[in-house]
Design a protein around this ligand. Structure first.
Ligand SMILES: C[S@@+](CC[C@H](N)C(=O)[O-])C[C@H]1O[C@@H](n2cnc3c(N)ncnc32)[C@H](O)[C@@H]1O
Length: 218
């Protein structure tokens, strides 16, 4: 949805998709305020239903932190590859296992071991779709602490100021359960990275190097 940032810096035109009316309204507000002349469109819809006017037409397609829309990391790469031009970039934000998850942690967050890959699995998954990872941006634990901690802080502050709101108890219950799971297991177990893939990268495989590398892992 951060189209307006790209438009501000690089003068792009683009389309942003989100299911949340709040998110779309915020993006439209920032568009008007920051880059009103930029040719940006924001659509409030299920990302799974979005189709570009022309398949394989975008120079850059991104899905940062919403891969469930396409049933996971591989589904996301497949869907985005179908929207991306022959020579283009695909940018995906995805969690990865820093270590093997404990059963209690999986239960607490409602995920399975195969919900996510390791960092190298996430990066190398591009090969299945003809994509070469060209860069990764890996969050530190400080980044995670900030992302998680600001949610605890915001929830506690909001609850104190809205003690009689009918949603207070449910909001605090969810946030505090999620906090406990993060503190007990998540901080050491789950990482987060942004993966930048190149579509149309020069192919060096003739039964050769990348296959050999992959063979060594299994
Ligand atoms: C973790 S946030 C990622 C934010 C986004 N990358 C950005 O830069 O603003 C997940 C976003 O996915 C949106 N979302 C959840 N399910 C969706 C769906 N089925 N289709 C489109 N957007 C969805 C949420 O509303 C939320 O804004």
């Amino acid at each position: 949805m951060d189209n307006w940032k790209f438009a501000e810096r690089y003068g792009i035109k683009g389309v942003g998709v989100d299911l949340s009316p709040y998110c779309v309204a915020d993006a439209k507000r920032k568009h008007q305020k920051r880059v009103p002349d930029a040719r940006l469109v924001f659509l409030e819809m299920d990302g799974a239903d979005f189709e570009p006017e022309k398949p394989e037409s975008f120079d850059l397609v991104a899905c940062i932190g919403a891969s469930w829309i396409y049933g996971g990391h591989r589904g996301t790469l497949k869907a985005l590859e179908g929207m991306a031009a022959q020579e283009s970039w695909i940018v995906v934000g995805e969690p990865y296992w820093r270590q093997e998850p404990e059963r209690e942690y999986l239960e607490a967050i409602g995920q399975e071991r195969n919900s996510f890959g390791t960092h190298s699995e996430n990066a190398e998954a591009g090969h299945e779709f003809g994509l070469e990872v060209a860069y990764t941006l890996v969050s530190s634990q400080d980044d995670w602490d900030r992302y998680e901690g600001l949610q605890w802080y915001a929830a506690e502050e909001w609850a104190s100021g809205h003690a009689k709101d009918p949603d207070v108890k449910e909001v605090l219950r969810r946030v505090r359960e999620s906090k406990a799971a993060y503190l007990r297991w998540g901080r050491e177990t789950l990482g987060w990275a942004i993966y930048v893939f190149k579509k149309g990268a020069v192919n060096t495989i003739d039964g050769g190097d990348l296959n050999t590398l992959r063979g060594r892992e299994t």
